[in-house]
Design a protein around this ligand. Structure first.
Ligand SMILES: Nc1ncnc2c1ncn2[C@@H]1O[C@H](COP(=O)(O)OP(=O)(O)OP(=O)(O)O)[C@@H](O)[C@H]1O
Length: 236
């Protein structure tokens, strides 16, 4: 069953398209990795899928039950966000904000949801600590817990391992893989790490002069992947 369908989608800014005519479908339980050269428009596409950036043309269709406030999003971290002066618990809880609607406070269910995700991401001992004093890997786990407060079925991740060392990177990938395998969460992840994309994803969307969308096996057979893997066009 398709959860998200892109029809002739052209993401871009101010009427200027960055990527032309994208047509692909994400099905429930898919693990889709979006790869491509720097500046090819991966983050712009993700913002367009989330409805944060209107497309120049075309459509993003969501499955009937999947409203935008049920989608979890882990954006690329900026330097300013890394310095955010709030506790781990406050940041995770803020992931419930879209669920509050007009209600100006968090409900008991919101608090329970935040606590469950704090435990799931192994953050219990850190929950009172200030976010800005955590390591990069711990900060990403906090943001993942926050995204999970919103995510009912679909999780979008924009370079979740950027700047992390290899051990913490692996830990992060395993957490994401667990959400996919054990909880049936649909994953759409932007990554510069083609090895990880090939190890964990089952579908690949490669954005560039040519666009590829298909299964991992089809991608590995394609000329696009061989150029990318050899580093001829890859600078990530
Ligand atoms: N708010 C904006 N207004 C206009 N142009 C923008 C805006 N944000 C990004 N761009 C441009 O859109 C293009 C695609 O940027 P985007 O960040 O989507 O690429 P990306 O593939 O995610 O890059 P990277 O791999 O470096 O993260 C770039 O040329 C960028 O300069």
């Amino acid at each position: 069953m398709a959860q998200l369908i892109c029809r002739d989608l052209c993401p871009g800014y101010n009427g200027q398209e960055i990527i032309g005519n994208l047509n692909f479908e994400v099905e429930k339980g898919d693990y889709l990795c979006i790869v491509g050269e720097n500046g090819s428009g991966k983050s712009t596409l993700m913002k367009t899928l989330l409805g944060l950036q209107p497309p120049v043309s075309g459509q993003v269709l969501l499955d009937e039950g999947l409203t935008r406030n049920r989608i979890g999003y882990l954006p690329q971290q900026t330097e300013i966000q890394k310095d955010f002066p709030a506790s781990v618990r406050e940041i995770v809880l803020s992931g419930c904000q879209n669920k509050c609607g007009a209600r100006p406070f968090y409900s008991k269910a919101d608090k329970e949801r935040a606590q469950a995700n704090i435990e799931k991401m192994g953050l219990q001992s850190l929950k009172k600590r200030c976010y800005r004093h955590l390591s990069g890997g711990q900060q990403q786990r906090v943001l993942l817990a926050r995204a999970l407060c919103a995510a009912e079925e679909l999780l979008l991740l924009d370079e979740p391992v950027a700047g992390l060392d290899p051990i913490v990177t692996e830990e992060m990938y395993r957490l994401i893989d667990g959400l996919h395998r054990d909880d049936g969460m649909t994953i759409i992840m932007i990554s510069h790490d083609l090895d990880a994309a090939i190890q964990y994803a089952d579908k690949i969307l490669h954005i560039g002069k040519k666009v590829f969308f298909g299964t991992k096996a089809e991608y590995l057979e394609s000329s696009q992947s061989s150029a990318f893997v050899k580093g001829e066009v890859y600078h990530g």
